[in-house]
Design a binder for this molecule. Structure first.
Ligand code: C2E
Ligand code: MG
Ligand code: MG
Length: 617
């Protein structure tokens, strides 16, 4: 505001020193006007005709022109028009001079661009008044223009300021949004595989459940995938290879599945897929395709790895109130697939849930069973096939439940394995069997040393204090270690071959006999077998069964017995039920036999009686 005031007063002050051009072809008029103006402090220039006037204007722009109309060659109107067409001079105010006697056309004068007019003969006051008027007007216009320019400049500056601030704000918003997006991604994605994580999966699953509630015909499914024997990769090749494999699996699944399905890593070696708008047929087809993908080996940096997967499918329906129930059921179905032999898929049915509950109940009961001493051991005789006499017994655990009755080991051993209770159970069986063996031996029921065979589970086999535990029992029950035989399944050994080799050697060093149980049903390759210090191969019951069906698969029993022979091991056939099987096994030079044909597993009393009767088959 101050600025405006200052510039206005300076403009007004300059009015008096204004430069005025007088154009008239009559020198007398020129002189007269110039004197009037000079007397008032104006600067007056003179021109005698139009051409001179235009030249004078071009030389220096006057603040005002007094212009005679009637002039030879170029009249005042023409001069004025010339000035008005040139933008540099268009603004200069022109006051026309006209003699009263001349025919003066005001309309024409204003149309030519004139600002005012003065009639001759001049009256000094009128001339000065009109001149001052025009100069003030021009000054005001100029000032106005200046103010406008200043205002424009300030508006421009302010606009620019606002724009910059706006840009900055926008940039900040963008940065914040980016950060938020990054945080959201971090919260929702699995850092190893970059797939969706459990949180995001559960969120999407909840939405799908809500969709199903709102829309009766909406179908969706959850596919739960767990790698089979992934632990072996981690344990034998290292965790970084395990991680590499998980990433490779993620990428392969991602490539296979349509992007509309949500693929997530739930943790460990577990993946899940949310199949939206999908019926059971489609879900099964996808599960088959996924399993097919797992038949191709994974090409990692340093290793080629084959790995299988088991899949559980649970179909969504309106009864699912909570997403975690659906995931739990898919998980249950996956476990069913695993127990059916891995590398397959299974669809959840409510019966599976009941089974799972039963397993849970069984676990609770099993814990109590140990405290309440509901477990006991039965003994099944093992026969030397060349002599037909009992060489020893296999100790087989039994569970007499007060309400449920006798529960078979196939039902509770897997639960015990899963929960770790097997360590306690195994120790109990080993101690009981060794004590019994010592008792029989001290009673001298037979005149040769009997052998006790005890099963060792995979979980026990991985126990760090296993050797000490066994040594302690042997010492305390005072049996000879060579009269103890431990039965280990192939899969327990193959779970961790390196560690198994060491443990087996430690047992062998203590003269304990070692037997591979259920031989032929596991994973062992012959190239592995010779590395393990094992004394006996136990031919699985399923192969012995085949001996009755003429010709079929007999080769397998023959082969296993032959393998044992060439590796300097003994062979024992389990599950002998018919005399025919016995005959054929004897023909094949099998060393030992065990089965219902001889005797079922017996109580201590029955086993003692049997020994006393000294049977010979
Ligand atoms: P296994 O070690 O292979 O034991 C042999 C199983 O075959 C026993 O079943 C036995 O009763 C059964 N069997 C023996 N002869 C015949 C026959 O002629 N025909 C048929 N059909 N079966 C026969 P059981 O006692 O039910 O035990 C099943 C499995 O449970 C055992 O298989 C073993 O893997 C496990 N198990 C039993 N007791 C123990 C134990 O104390 N510790 C561990 N870790 N596992 C045990
Ligand atoms: Mg056994
Ligand atoms: Mg067996």
């Amino acid at each position: 505001m101050l600025q405006v005031k200052a510039s206005m007063s300076s403009d007004l002050a300059s009015l008096n020193s204004a430069d005025i051009l007088i154009v008239d072809d009559v020198p007398e008029n020129l002189r007269l006007l110039s004197n009037i103006l000079l007397s008032k402090g104006y600067n007056a220039r003179k021109a005698l005709n139009g051409q001179m006037a235009l030249k004078a204007v071009a030389g220096a722009l006057p603040d005002l022109i007094l212009l005679d109309i009637m002039m030879p060659n170029m009249n005042g109107y023409q001069v004025c028009e010339c000035l008005k067409t040139d933008p540099r001079t268009a603004d200069i105010p022109v006051i026309f001079l006209s003699a009263l006697s001349e025919a003066f056309d005001k309309v024409k004068a204003f149309a030519a661009g004139g600002a005012d007019y003065i009639t001759k003969p001049f009256q000094v006051e009128e001339v000065l008044a009109r001149v001052e008027n025009q100069l003030s007007l021009r000054a005001a216009i100029k000032l106005n223009q200046q103010l406008n320019l200043q205002l424009e400049a300030r508006v421009k500056a302010r606009t620019l300021e606002l724009e910059t601030a706006n840009q900055k704000l926008q940039q900040e918003i963008n940065e914040r949004q980016l950060l938020e997006e990054q945080l959201r991604q971090m919260a929702n994605s699995d850092s190893l595989t970059k797939l969706a994580n459990r949180a995001l999966f559960m969120e999407s699953l909840e939405q799908a459940c809500q969709c199903a509630q709102a829309q009766a015909d909406y179908q969706f499914a959850v596919l739960f995938l767990d790698c089979d024997r992934f632990k072996i990769v981690n344990d034998s090749l290292g965790h970084s290879v395990g991680d590499e494999l998980l990433i490779a699996i993620a990428r392969r699944l991602e490539a296979l599945l349509h992007p509309k399905y949500l693929l997530a890593r739930l943790g460990g070696d577990e993946f899940a897929v949310l199949l939206t708008n999908c019926d059971l047929n489609q879900a099964s087809e996808i599960a088959e395709k996924v399993l097919q993908e797992f038949t191709v080996c994974f090409d990692l940096q340093r290793y080629e790895v084959f790995i299988n997967a088991s899949i559980g499918i649970a179909m969504g329906n309106t009864e699912y109130q909570r997403p975690e129930h659906l995931l739990r059921d898919a998980d249950t179905a996956m476990y069913r697939a695993k127990s059916l032999g891995k590398g397959q898929y299974s669809v959840f049915t409510p019966a599976m849930h009941d089974d799972a509950l039963q397993v849970l109940q069984l676990e609770i009961e099993l814990r109590k069973a140990i405290e309440r001493q509901e477990l006991f051991v039965h003994y099944q005789p093992i026969i030397s096939l060349p002599t037909g006499k009992i060489t020893g017994f296999e100790a087989l655990v039994r569970w007499q439940h007060p309400q449920l009755g006798l529960i078979p080991p196939v039902k509770f051993i897997p639960v015990a394995e899963e929960t770790g209770l097997i360590n306690q159970i195994g120790e109990f069986v080993l101690r009981t069997a060794c004590e019994q063996l010592h008792l029989w031996q001290s009673e001298k029921l037979v005149n040769y040393p009997l052998i006790a065979s005890v099963n060792l589970s995979a979980r026990q086999f991985a126990q760090t204090n296993l050797i000490e535990q066994i040594e302690k029992i042997i010492t305390e029950t005072r049996i000879a270690p060579e009269n103890l035989k431990l039965e280990i399944t192939e899969s327990a050994i193959m779970n961790n071959p390196q560690a198994a080799k060491i443990i087996l050697q430690q047992l062998r060093d203590r003269h304990i006999q070692l037997c591979i149980d259920d031989f032929g049903t596991g994973y062992s390759s012959l190239s592995y077998l010779h590395q393990f210090p094992v004394d006996i191969l136990k031919v699985d019951r399923s192969f012995v069964n085949c001996l009755d069906r003429d010709g079929e698969d007999v080769g397998l029993v023959t082969a296993i017995i032959h393998i044992a022979e060439t590796m300097n091991m003994k062979a024992i056939a389990e599950g002998i039920e018919t005399p025919n099987q016995l005959v054929r096994l004897r023909e094949l030079n099998c060393d030992f036999g065990q089965g219902y044909l001889f005797s079922k597993p017996l109580s201590v009393q029955d086993a003692t009686d049997l020994l006393l009767s000294a049977p010979k088959w």
